[in-house]
Design a binder for this molecule. Sequence first.
Ligand code: ZN
Ligand code: ZN
Ligand code: ZN
Length: 377
Amino acid sequence: MEPVSTPPFPAPVYAARLHRAAALARETGLDAIVVGPGPDLQYLVGVEGDTIERLTALVITPQGAPTIVVPRMELAKVRSTAVGELGLTVADWVDGDDPYPLVAAAAGDVARVGVSDALPALHVVPLGQRLGVTLELATPVLRESRMIKDAAEIAELRRAGAAIDAVHHRVPEWLRAGRTEREVAADIAEAIVAEGHRTVEFVIVSSGAHGADPHHEVSDRVIEDGDIVVVDIGGAVPSGYNSDSTRTYVVGTPDPEAAERIAVLVRAQQAAVDAVRPGATAAEVDAAARDVLADAGLADAFLHRTGHGIGVSVHEEPYIAPGNDLVLRPGMAFSIEPGIYFPGAWGARIEDIVVVTETGGERLNLAPHALTSTSGA
Ligand code: ZN
Ligand code: ZN
Ligand code: ZN
């Protein structure tokens, strides 16, 4: 696992999250939840890092204190997180030991066990054999907690939003005809860190026809005068919470028809932001953007869902998509990012993170939404 810094929140915050996970496990009828490294572990106890072949696992049961199973060589690192203050039972092991019996001992007598969705098959298969049960996904339980952000988490998302806005304000300095997408992206990446993130999670600079591919990232294409350029960027602030914001730029003067369509896109994005309130469904918010585009004859140009949840991971629940009847509640945080794509020609996307408040929605990204012109040469 990667090193961790000091926990972003005081220990009682993590204690409350663990308590809630245990209560949800009880309600769901799970006898234990096993959480491996990934966003769920980060959320529950502040321990970050990717999974490795050596097993680290948090074991939560409806009754009793959670146990963390951890390789002894990771112990100091894990103790430096909230784990050190939470009074968790620590079960450490060394190379040559079989760690799965430690999980079984912590779980106790079990019939139904859920695992976090980031726990790899490398551990799921031997663990299931050791426990003698068919493991289930604990995703519904863990999602329910993570989806509703508390005030401290929203403050971190707000901090991340301000940091990425500061980068967007500077994009016109770097976005010039004659430079490659990769050169512009390198300047942006440097600024993402300089403006308060600890990591760069992604930098998409899609110029000209590349903009028509929502998943294009960056290339050696030389940016030309008149290009429309999609810049979709994000990083994690020191607490681990993420930013994600897209603006569409034009180098010099845009084609008038493109400018008109982008103005419609800005209206569509605004309509979806305006639709955010407690009680609305995710599908209704998605439809608000989609309807504006459809009214302008652009329905077929919008190729993806309107948004995704965000927190300690960049993409998480709730997904703002057609058919998702999930009812929005205060504390949910997600992107609103409609786009329009014209294969072989150009594309555009506008993206803000929005938090559901008691009465509506709060936009966390405030950089200008309209097509922003950078000087042509
Ligand atoms: Zn994507
Ligand atoms: Zn994005
Ligand atoms: Zn996004």
